[in-house]
Design a binder for this molecule. Structure first.
Ligand SMILES: [Mg+2]
Length: 373
């Protein structure tokens, strides 16, 4: 079997809001083979730039696009192809955008391998530790405590047992506003529903320590990304002084980056986005986290390709905590898959069909595909 094409398909809602909400568009990767097997991946990054990283022609041996490296290759040799892409993009890659693009291709190759062998991806990754995993509803904060509390009630009504709220307007103003927000959320949630807080990178270490102490009555399941991801010293200080679990990792896409966050930042949960790291590297990151006694979760604010990849990943590692599932109402995110996941007792079942087990709806791709900006 040989790879015949690698395509980057950019989908975008007609109206994009300037919020930290990556459910509003999607960059899908489609890898086709001469055996008729098609693999799907996804990249959550700067979509048009990822498209260029995939489609660019060769410039020289360590600065070229990814597609031209893969045409004619055997898609089953995933580890070798990952290394080939990494070495051929040393000037422009090694982290960030090109690794994101590699992640989308890597997911598509795992999908192809599973389909070719008739096995689910978790099986290829070493087997599964669980048949289902708890899912938390991932939301943007609403702009008032009352609206956010309504959203907590909506999450409970949908059958979730946990929900996360993130980014603006939380943390941007005074402590009193944040306390009103959390009080409204906890009152709406009741005592037996887990709430996670995604701060959105707006505080320094001292502010984080002060606020985390003030937030203790609200029994947060974790506090996510209060600091800029480069502030490893700050993360280390926070981790040593707060009682809540400290979560981070969604900006990282390499094992190298996660090692820094774990060893220097002292985080208590590694959040791995399969559409930035890929399956191959996510498994290595999870193994490193496990060796340090740290659980992993996925990061997922995009489509069910990400959800499916995350389910296979979290099934196949011993140290999985929960699954993030974006519930923002973007049609691209929530209606792309012809076979969407259904909540059962607050959990998703681990898919058993070959590959990633998710098939994008061609009609939805056609509806939102951007051919030219
Ligand atoms: Mg986050």
């Amino acid at each position: 079997m040989r790879i015949t094409d690698v395509e980057a398909l950019y989908l975008r809602l007609p109206q994009i809001q300037a919020r930290t909400d990556s459910s509003q568009d999607a960059l899908l990767v489609r890898v086709t083979t001469d055996a008729g097997i098609v693999g799907w991946g996804e990249v959550d990054s700067c979509p048009w730039a990822v498209k260029a990283a995939i489609e660019a022609p060769v410039s020289h041996t360590i600065a070229g696009g990814l597609r031209q490296l893969l045409i004619g290759e055997d898609p089953l040799e995933i580890g070798r192809l990952w290394k080939k892409m990494y070495e051929a993009t040393l000037y422009c890659g090694r982290d960030g955008l090109f690794v994101h693009a590699m992640a989308g291709i890597d997911l598509a190759l795992w999908d192809i391998k599973g389909k070719a062998l008739g096995r689910p991806v978790w099986d290829l990754a070493g087997g599964k530790f669980r048949d289902k995993i708890r899912v938390y509803a991932s939301n943007m904060f609403r702009f008032t405590p009352g609206e956010t509390a309504d959203r907590v009630r909506w999450c409970k009504d949908q059958g979730f047992t946990a929900a996360k709220f993130g980014w603006e307007p939380f943390g941007r103003s005074d402590l009193a506003f944040d306390l009103r927000m959390l009080e409204a959320m906890r009152n709406a949630a009741g005592p037996d529903f887990d709430l996670m807080l995604d701060v959105g990178l707006v505080w320094d270490a001292t502010t984080t320590i002060q606020r985390a102490r003030a937030f203790e009555p609200f029994d947060l399941f974790w506090i996510e990304e209060p600091l800029h991801p480069d502030d490893l010293e700050g993360y280390g200080r926070v981790a040593a002084r707060i009682h809540q679990r400290l979560a981070a990792g969604e900006e990282e896409c390499t094992l190298r980056g996660f090692k820094r966050l774990i060893d220097e930042g002292g985080i208590g949960l590694a959040q791995i986005d399969l559409t930035r790291c890929g399956m191959t590297q996510a498994l290595a990151i999870a193994a490193y986290a496990a060796s340090k006694g740290i659980p992993v979760a996925n990061h997922n604010f995009t489509t069910d390709i990400n959800t499916a990849a995350s389910l296979h990943f979290l099934a196949a590692v011993p140290n999985a905590l929960v699954l993030e599932y974006c519930v923002e109402p973007s049609e691209i995110s929530r209606a792309l898959a012809k076979n969407p996941f259904r909540l059962e007792d607050g959990c998703f079942r681990i898919p058993d069909s070959p590959g990633l087990g998710v098939e994008p709806d061609p009609a939805l791709i056609e509806k939102y595909l951007v051919r030219q900006l």
